[in-house]
Design a protein around this ligand. Structure first.
Ligand code: NAI
Length: 454
């Protein structure tokens, strides 16, 4: 069977590419062995957001007295949270499957392996059949990295060590949970399980949580977490996982954290094994498919988008990369820019940022002004956050008088950051930004306030 495009992998990059390409009239086949939606919809972004929303309601109700609301006996009913998560996942993945059907995209529910190049193009074998495409999009995503930590594989098999996949389905809230890695997944899950009643300890190798986020934001987020009862072991490397305990090094000494479950979230690795990349000679580097800014690989008409190219490993990056790939297939020149990709941690409070941080600007030797403004300058924030300590930090290029970065820790920041993203990406001048009318009262007004306080 021959197609204009064969898409391997149905996550955000794959399904969006199918949608865009089919919309443009291409004959498309999607090869995806599991549910459509990838990690994002099935065991990542969306299910974790359902968990975090339940935690947000519970935390809000717990502090209801501050807002004149009397609430009693508040607790998380974890099985109900999981059941709702399953409903949401089913509804969204079902929506994507129907959308693809409506666009006449053929979905082959089987594992695909690239076999070679034939007269009709690149050939992928799935379910015993060959699907040939003039173009091929590799969008096989990523999975939790399982580094050589002693005992990790055994404990994973035994169900004591979990990844993002299993933790979203556990039936009972563990009494004690050790989270290995204080990155995005670790923080979001620590946040939920703390609200759900677990005694949570996060063990992080570096001195900062949240990876490359703004240092002051990382400190405040950690403090807010500690106030809620989450414990942190910073600068501690996990070396071993054994029955009922996680072993780590703290200042040269071996320590043990006893727990009922441990969540391993120490990064992800691109899914490039077992898909036949070597059969056509697709170039990989450090386990990820190499692409240029047009999402092209080293081979003509072979593209890669999403986590599999290891560039940014975020669903929203995957969407844009998929569009860039399809546009280039159609001969419309389009290229990917990575300078203004927003990063969000959906905890309570939310953290969001785009562009240069104070630290990255300094490391690059950029001539910048950094302005930090407390959220107390936004009336809506004050109305909704009794005693809140959030803030925004903006990074401005002194030479060109434009925004290089915006970083914030406040409620709604995930919904606000796209606006900052546009200002950074479009290199808007500070004087022009001053003239933008923001709705009042909103938390987003803090961007305008910070600009005027420069
Ligand atoms: P991550 O790369 O964000 O964080 C991993 C953390 O583990 C790092 O801070 C690292 O220093 C630490 N670490 C590594 N080895 C360790 C060891 N032996 N002992 C202790 N600490 C160790 O990876 P994470 O959290 O697994 O997230 C994976 C991906 O999923 C990321 O690319 C992230 O962007 C994406 N994601 C995005 C979300 C969002 O946009 N809100 C939500 C969840 C995931």
């Amino acid at each position: 069977m021959s197609y204009d495009l064969v898409v391997l992998g149905g996550g955000p990059a794959g399904y969006l590419a199918c949608e865009r390409a089919a919309h443009e009239g291409m004959k498309v086949v999607l090869i995806e062995k599991r549910n459509v939606g990838g990690v994002c919809l099935n065991e990542g972004c969306i299910p974790s957001k359902t968990f975090l929303y339940s935690a947000k309601i519970k935390d809000g109700a717990q502090h209801g007295d501050k807002y004149g609301v009397k609430c009693q006996g508040i607790e998380i009913d974890h099985p109900a949270v999981v059941a709702r998560k399953n409903k949401v996942v089913k509804s969204l993945t079902g929506g994507i499957a129907s959308m693809l059907k409506g666009l006449k995209v053929e979905w082959v529910r089987a594992a695909g392996v690239i076999k070679g190049k034939g007269p009709d193009g690149y050939e992928v074998e799935a379910d015993g059949k060959i699907y040939a495409g003039r173009r091929l999009l590799i969008a096989t995503g990523s999975e939790a990295a399982m580094p050589p930590i002693d005992g990790l594989h055994d404990q994973y098999e035994k169900g004591f060590a979990l990844t993002n996949r299993e933790i979203l389905d556990i039936e009972a809230v563990p009494e004690k949970l050790v989270v290995i890695g204080g990155g995005v997944i670790g923080l979001e899950m620590a946040s939920y399980f703390n609200s759900a009643g677990s005694e949570v300890t996060v063990i992080e190798m570096l001195d900062q949580i949240g990876g490359p986020i703004d240092t002051d934001i990382a400190k405040l987020l950690k403090k807010n977490y500690e106030d809620k009862g989450i414990a942190f072991k910073m600068g501690c490397k996990v070396t071993k996982i054994e029955d009922g305990a996680v072993v780590y090094e703290e200042a040269g000494k071996q320590q043990k954290a006893q727990c009922d479950k441990t969540l391993v979230c120490i990064g992800r690795k691109a899914n490039t094994q077992g898909i036949g990349l070597e059969n056509i000679g697709v170039l990989t580097e450090r386990g990820a498919v190499v692409t240029d800014e047009h999402m092209k690989t080293n081979l003509p008409e072979v593209y890669a988008a999403g986590d599999v190219n290891g560039r940014s490993m975020l669903a929203h990056t995957a969407y844009r990369e998929a569009e860039v790939a399809v546009n280039n297939m159609l001969g419309k020149k389009d290229k990917m820019k990575y300078n203004a990709i927003p990063g969000v941690i959906y905890t309570n409070p939310e953290v969001a940022g785009v562009g240069e941080t104070e630290q990255s600007a300094k490391e690059k030797g950029l001539d910048v002004t950094v302005k930090k403004v407390p959220m107390q300058f936004a009336g809506r924030y004050v109305a909704e956050n009794e005693g809140g300590n959030g803030f925004i930090k903006i990074i401005v290029d002194n030479k060109w008088n434009k925004l290089l970065g915006v970083h914030m820790i406040t409620n709604y920041s995930s919904e606000i950051i796209w606006g900052a993203d546009a200002l950074v990406d479009k290199e808007m001048n500070i004087e022009a930004i001053k003239k933008i009318v923001f709705p009042h009262p909103t938390v987003s007004e803090i961007i305008r306030e910070a600009i005027w306080q420069l």
